[in-house]
Design a protein around this ligand. Structure first.
Ligand code: HGY
Ligand code: MN
Ligand code: MN
Length: 411
């Protein structure tokens, strides 16, 4: 097994900065919504870069991209790694793409050294990890793992009524490979932590042992459009005032389930949308998180109870639609151990950590031995145009990714 292959820090950083052209925003962030023109552009760029490294790029029926580098043993189960190229509406330069480009940097390092692994290596871009435009998040790794239906995914619509399938066709990334047809010997994902722990504790590497659970709901509140001036306060069915109470109730549920509970309402709509018409219809999208499955279930029960009370008191109807539930996961001890060994070998300060954010690795964990590597991000801030990390931290993550791949290959 190779013992001292070193990734090229400048080459990795240059790729990351180069990729920021796709969906660059005026405030220095990235808007690269899944299946948008910006997503197509970065996919085309990524595909060309993989092919320039001698990899073959195959695409499945949901646009998941698989770039493969042959090993000496074509029958060995491929070792896979990667992440996602899509971003939040006002996202940053590192969420997702760091894991993809660090994987490409590992391939470039192996090519430059003329080193051939035993197992084939497959670098992956998972479609629609963010779930910002088409719910849920991690949608296409979820279909790959058999936990989300293919037809349901393709029929999902965005806020403009466009379907996932139509947008996939529009950007030319609906491949022919059945989703889930290929299986791997291992999957390793590098990602920024997106929280404050590593930076607060001056740790360079997060050895990710598992991830917390996620629960999403869509809600509709139906009151009655009426005149903002002529309608007495006691006669109103104000769907937006009711929504204001719902949002604070959702926040209160998270505090009631401290320290693990987390919740927010990230998107709202109010109709008909006129200052002097009392809103008769509002819609909202809610996100709950908890480290254990029972906590998610308890939060859902509290939500139903609180919404019923608000609906009665405010004389409105509140309809809640469960959109998605992903229970907490635990990563494979052998992969977690390989990440820890790689961090130790490079002398990086490291600690075990549970992922607060969701990742495609959460679904891969049920299909093959899976693990993750975290690096810090400034102030623990992510899903924000100011998201940042350093060249050294990206390089450390990429080095640990390469060494973990080699460690797994050497077993
Ligand atoms: O929602 C998540 O945790 C991920 O960032 N998509
Ligand atoms: Mn991500
Ligand atoms: Mn994200």
């Amino acid at each position: 097994m190779a013992t001292n292959l070193r990734i090229d820090k400048e080459r990795l950083w240059s790729s990351l900065m180069d990729s920021a052209q796709f969906g660059a925003t005026a405030k220095g962030g990235i808007r690269r919504l899944t299946l948008s023109d910006e997503d197509k552009a970065v996919r085309d760029w990524f595909k060309a870069a993989c092919e320039a490294e001698g990899m073959t790029v195959e695409i499945d029926a949901l646009g998941n991209m698989f770039a493969t580098r042959p090993g000496t043993d074509p029958d060995a189960a491929p070792i896979s790694f990667g992440s996602h190229l899509d971003t939040q509406p006002a996202g940053g330069k590192f969420d997702g793409i760091l894991g993809v480009l660090a994987g490409l940097e590992a391939i470039r390092t192996l090519n430059a050294a003329g080193y051939r692994t035993t197992a084939p290596l497959t670098l992956i871009n998972w479609t629609n990890e963010e779930g910002a435009r088409f719910a849920p998040a991690m949608m296409c790794s979820g279909v790959y793992a058999g936990e989300i239906g293919l037809d349901a995914a393709l029929a999902t619509t965005d806020n403009d009524g466009k379907t996932f399938g139509a947008e996939l066709d529009r950007i030319g990334y609906r491949g022919t490979e059945p989703v889930g047809a290929r299986r791997f010997g291992a999957y390793i994902e590098l990602h920024i932590e997106q929280g404050p722990i590593l930076e607060e504790e001056a740790k360079t590497i997060g050895i990710v042992t598992g991830g917390q659970g996620i629960l999403w709901f869509d809600g509709t509140i139906t009151g009655k459009d009426s005149h903002a001036g002529a309608t007495p306060m006691t006669m109103r069915h104000d769907a937006l005032a009711a929504l204001a109470e719902v949002i604070l109730a959702i926040e209160a549920i998270a505090f009631d389930h401290a320290p693990g509970g987390r919740a927010t309402v990230g998107e709202v709509f109010a109709l008909p949308g006129s200052r002097n018409t009392i809103p008769g219809t509002t819609r909202f999208k809610a996100d709950f998180r908890h480290p254990d499955a029972a906590g998610l279930t308890a939060m859902e029960a509290d939500l139903n109870a609180r919404l019923a009370a608000i609906a009665t008191r405010r004389k409105v109807e509140i309809d809640l639609t469960p959109v998605w539930r992903k229970d907490p996961i635990v990563f494979d001890p052998a992969i977690v151990g390989a990440v820890a060994a790689a961090a130790e070998k490079n002398g990086y300060a490291a600690r075990d950590i549970i992922s607060g954010a969701g990742h495609d690795a959460f679904y891969l964990a049920s299909t093959c031995p899976t693990g993750m590597i975290f690096v810090p991000c400034a102030g623990g801030v992510s899903h924000n145009e100011e998201e940042s990390t350093t060249e050294d931290e990206c390089a450390a993550g990429a080095q640990v990714l390469l060494d973990t791949i080699l460690e797994v290959d050497g077993r």
